[in-house]
Design a protein around this ligand. Structure first.
Ligand code: ZN
Length: 265
C-alpha cells in the first residue's frame, strides 16, 4: 500500500515530467520553426522581434525634443523651448512622446503588429514605449488606446493600439480603458491632406463613452497609438475626450513620422 507521502511524490514526478515534455515540445517547435527577424528574416536566438543588426537601425527618439510634441530638435534650443510646430498649431494634449522615428525598420514592425501574426510584438514595442514615456506614467493616469473603426477592426481581428496599451498596462501597472472613446465612422489616410482637410476628415469621427467622467474619476488620460503621422487623429481624440470632461490628456506612440527625418531609410 502506498503511503500518502509516496502518492504526493509520484504526483510531483509526474508534474515534472509533464513540464519537461512541454519544454521539449516548445524547443522542438523552435528547431522546426526557428524565430526569425521580422525585417530581414535572419534567424534569431529567442522569440523576440528583430535581429541585432535591424534593432540597431531603429532610431530611438532621445532628447532634446519639444516638450509638447516630442519632436526631436536638431540643435538644443535650451530648456522649455517649444518647436515651431507646437507654437504655430498648439496641440490640445499636454505632452506627446514616441519610442522611435518612423523609418523602414519601424514600418516593418508596425505593419506586422497591425495584422497580429507575431503576438510577442506588442510586448517588444511596449518595452521601448515604456522607456520613452517615463514622464507620463503614474497612479493618477489611465491608458486609453486610439480606437479603430469597428469594420476595420473586424477585418484585422484586433486593434494594435489596444494590444500596445495592454502591454504597457502590464509594464506600468496602470489600468487600460479601451472603451472610453470609440470611432463611429472611418477616416481617410491623413498623409497628403491639407491642414483643413485633415481637420474635416477626423472632426466628429470619435465619440466619448457616455459615463466618461464617472469612469475617469478625475484621472489623467494617456492615449496610446502605434504611429503618429500628422497628429490630427490624436488631436481629434483628445478634443473628444476633453469636451466630454477629461481634464488632462498625454500621448504615447511606438513610432512618429518626423518630416525630413528617417522617413524613407
Ligand atoms: Zn534583421
Amino acid at each position: 500500500m502506498e503511503s500518502e507521502g509516496e502518492l504526493v511524490k509520484t504526483g510531483g514526478v509526474g508534474t515534472t515530467l509533464l513540464r519537461l515534455s512541454r519544454q521539449l515540445v516548445a524547443q522542438g517547435l523552435d528547431l522546426l520553426y526557428p524565430p526569425t527577424c521580422l525585417d530581414c528574416g535572419a534567424p534569431i536566438a529567442s522569440a523576440d522581434a528583430l535581429c541585432a543588426g535591424c534593432f540597431g537601425r531603429l532610431r530611438p527618439v532621445t532628447g532634446p525634443y519639444c516638450p509638447r510634441l516630442g519632436i526631436p530638435f536638431q540643435h538644443d534650443p535650451g530648456p522649455g523651448a517649444l518647436s515651431a510646430e507646437a507654437i504655430a498649431e498648439p496641440p490640445p494634449f499636454e505632452r506627446s512622446r514616441s519610442a522611435v522615428l518612423y523609418n523602414a525598420v519601424a514600418r516593418a514592425v508596425v505593419s506586422r503588429l497591425k495584422y497580429g501574426d507575431r503576438p510577442e510584438l506588442a510586448g517588444f514595442c511596449a518595452r521601448l514605449m515604456h522607456r520613452a514615456g517615463h514622464e507620463l506614467w503614474g497612479e493618477d493616469a489611465v491608458l486609453v488606446p486610439v480606437p479603430l473603426n469597428r469594420w476595420r477592426q473586424l477585418g484585422r481581428r484586433y486593434n494594435q493600439s489596444t494590444e500596445l496599451a495592454r502591454a504597457l498596462g502590464r509594464l506600468t501597472g496602470m489600468p487600460v480603458e479601451p472603451g472610453l472613446v470609440t470611432r463611429h465612422r472611418p477616416t481617410r489616410q491623413q498623409v497628403g491632406l491639407s491642414r483643413e482637410a485633415r481637420h474635416r476628415n477626423v472632426a466628429g469621427a470619435f465619440r466619448p463613452h457616455p459615463d466618461l467622467t464617472a469612469k475617469l474619476r478625475g484621472r489623467r488620460i494617456v492615449l496610446v497609438d502605434d504611429v503618429i503621422t500628422t497628429g490630427s487623429t490624436i488631436a481629434a481624440v483628445t478634443r473628444t475626450l476633453t469636451r466630454a470632461g477629461a481634464e488632462k490628456v498625454d500621448v504615447i506612440s511606438f513610432a512618429r513620422v518626423v518630416v525630413g527625418q528617417e522617413t524613407t531609410t
